[in-house]
Design a protein around this ligand. Structure first.
Ligand code: HEC
Length: 150
């Protein structure tokens, strides 16, 4: 596979993010309000609903993280660094739910050749409950991937 230029992957990521903003309006419509931290009722950590998380995952995350969470979605393979592999990256997945939740909420930004990119932040797009739900689904993918026959 040809090595894809970093700038190009950044472009793809940006285009993808724009696409999300446009297409993410099905169902519950939310205005992005970066300034406002909505004081929603605190959601109990670990109370995520994987069934609802699955819908969110296949709307927003699988392009990068892949159908089974192995970081091999069609956009993900073009990204550097690659999206997290929830099944095989044990070191990463040994983080606590609170840490992973924080990453989903705030994104992960790395300086890559002067550009900051990586995992998008979802705070303005997904509610707190939706973020816990999608994390619960990711934990499910992690378990399923480990027990699946190779
Ligand atoms: C544009 C591609 C892209 C999309 C879309 C995306 N991610 Fe990621 N994600 C990444 C990349 C890249 C990383 C690895 C970042 C790093 O560690 O350098 C990552 C890492 C993660 C991690 C690991 C965080 C950590 O602390 O190690 C979690 C959890 C995660 N993503 C969840 C999600 C969820 C949930 C969604 C959908 C709501 C999502 N991602 C959508 C690219 C993406």
């Amino acid at each position: 596979m040809p090595l894809i230029d970093r700038k190009f992957s950044i472009l793809i990521a940006a285009a993808f993010a724009a696409l999300l903003t446009v297409s993410g309006c099905t169902g519950e419509k939310k205005e992005a309000s970066p300034e406002k931290t909505v004081a929603a009722p605190a959601v109990q950590a670990g109370s995520g609903d994987p069934a609802s998380g699955k819908e969110i995952y296949f709307r927003y995350c699988h392009f990068c993280h892949g159908q089974k969470g192995m970081g091999d979605g069609p956009v993900g393979i073009a990204l550097s660094p690659h999206p997290a592999d929830f099944v095989n990256d044990e070191k990463r997945m040994s983080k606590t739910d609170a840490e992973l939740f924080k990453s989903i909420t705030e994104g992960i930004h790395k300086e890559v050749g002067g550009e900051s990119m990586s995992m998008p932040r979802w705070q303005e797009i997904l509610s707190e409950k939706e973020r816990w739900d999608v994390l619960a689904f990711i934990r499910q993918l992690e378990r399923e991937g480990k027990t699946a026959p190779k």
